[in-house]
Design a protein around this ligand. Structure first.
Ligand SMILES: Nc1nc2c(c(=O)[nH]1)N[C@H]1C(S)=C(S)[C@@H](COP(=O)(O)OP(=O)(O)OC[C@H]3O[C@@H](n4cnc5c(N)ncnc54)[C@H](O)[C@@H]3O)O[C@H]1N2
Ligand code: MOO
Length: 408
């Protein structure tokens, strides 16, 4: 019987379904103080309420002068203006005043003579370095004009953008709420790290991997104890989580084995948006709805977790928050040829190198098995080989997605 949901779909079809579901489930917005804004997605456009700089001021410590070139005998010093309250100084031709960096420019000032180039003799100011008009003067509005749209809804807040908002006098910004995420690992073979293994058991590595992938996105995942391969337990725990979380992410139990219960669970108790994507690794990826939550069932192999999360999982999280800014990716030349035997889009592990001419190269890792966590740990990108089997010659330009968050 044909399943009544999309299956064995292309990567682009899966991305399209994720985008549509995310758009229909867009999270509400909230106002937050700037200090909590890093990495958040703006929910409204940011329009400058004031100019930056908001008044003409000096870029250097020294003297503001009026009268260029320097009058015979220099300028006459008539006052001082420090950063802070504007004293309302006005310079007549031939006059100058002390000034500090960031201080309001006295009316009439035409240039700043920096302190190191100035000679002061009583109230006479001279210099050997003839200043030009506007030297070291920062004009009101030269960075930002009031009314200019600086950021758009969907942009991501960086330190510089948060600093900009502060400079504009905004104490809070409206951002998309972050999705709440429940994380489950499943499998009778799993033991937490720190516990001894019996024959047939392995340590649960996906929990640390997935939790930190989510933390790197600024989310605060809540991880459950390891689930046994028992359908009733799995159903109860996942339905419980689906009540209180926006997103439930599981690892393992989504392919064809006797103990792979998740696809049937979702079909019986929720809704399947898709199951199985023509990608490698990560082919058995499952996506659907359980209760009001979205459920993302990642394949159990650790490298599949990495690849499916970074490509499609993160896309869902971005979409739920209305993120429009694309993710960073590089284009690099294959340092070695790759013979691709299958038809799926492949996300191979690779290491970036830059040559003396500034050209990026990527060295594909021969350890392609989706259990090869050491190979993933030793590389810094997922290099993307498009659909279709065949030879990819050395020098072929490929997309590379950073996969070592936290390394800078
Ligand atoms: N007959 C078929 N067999 C398999 C298929 C298939 O299509 N037909 N797909 C293969 C692919 S591709 C993948 S990927 C895996 C995915 O399997 P599951 O998602 O069902 O995951 P499990 O079978 O539970 O585990 C797979 C593998 O990963 C290990 N694992 C699971 N959880 C963890 C964890 N938390 N930490 C560390 N390692 C974990 C598990 O022990 C298995 O070795 O299926 C293929 N088989
Ligand atoms: O697609 Mo599986 O994720 O190759 O190992």
């Amino acid at each position: 019987m044909r399943p009544d949901f999309p299956t064995r779909i292309s990567f682009d079809e899966a991305a399209g379904i994720i985008d549509r579901v995310a758009a229909s489930r867009r999270l509400s917005s909230e106002r937050i103080p700037l200090q909590r804004g890093l990495g958040r997605v703006l929910a409204e456009d940011l329009v400058a309420p004031i100019a930056l700089p908001n008044f003409d001021n000096s870029a250097m410590d020294g003297f503001a002068v009026r009268g260029l070139p320097m009058p015979d005998g220099g300028w006459q010093l008539v006052g001082e203006q420090f950063a802070g309250a504007d004293r309302g100084l006005a310079l007549a031709p031939g006059q100058g005043s002390r000034i500090t960096t960031g201080a309001s420019l006295p009316a009439g000032a035409e240039a700043i003579v920096i302190k190191e180039n100035a000679r002061l003799d009583g109230d006479r100011l001279t210099t050997d370095r003839a200043p030009s008009a506007n030297d070291h003067i920062r004009r009101a509005g030269e960075d930002v004009q009031p009314g200019t749209q600086l950021l758009s809804a969907g942009d991501v807040l960086t330190p510089a953008r948060l600093g900009l908002a502060a400079a504009l006098g905004l104490a809070e910004l409206a951002v998309a709420r972050r999705p709440t995420v429940a994380v489950f690992t499943t499998g009778d073979e799993l033991k937490p790290p720190g516990q001894a293994l019996a024959p047939g058991e392995i340590h649960d590595s996906n929990r640390a991997l997935l939790q930190t992938l989510l933390l790197a996105e600024g989310l605060e995942p809540v991880a459950w104890p390891i689930l046994p391969d028992e359908p009733a337990r799995i159903t109860a725990m996942l339905e419980d989580a689906a009540f209180s979380f926006d997103l439930v992410i599981t690892c393992g139990g989504v392919s064809a084995g006797e103990k792979d219960h998740l696809p049937a669970l979702l079909q019986a108790r929720g809704e399947t948006h898709f199951w199985k994507v023509r990608m490698k690794p990560g082919m058995p990826l499952l996506f659907g709805r359980l209760g009001e939550a979205r459920l993302l069932g990642l394949p159990g192999n650790p490298v599949s977790v990495l690849a499916t999360f970074l490509t499609l999982g993160r896309r869902l999280i971005d979409g739920l928050q209305g993120r429009k800014e694309p993710r960073t990716h590089w284009r690099a030349r294959l340092a070695q040829p790759v013979h691709k035997r299958h038809d799926r889009r492949e996300f191979m592990r690779g290491r970036l190198q830059v040559d003396a001419g500034g050209q990026l190269h990527v060295v594909p890792d021969a350890a392609t098995g989706s259990h090869r966590l050491a190979a993933a740990a030793g590389n810094d990108v997922l290099l993307v080989l498009p659909e279709g089997a065949g030879e990819f010659d050395a020098g072929t330009v490929v997309d590379c997605l950073p996969c070592a968050a936290g390394r800078g």
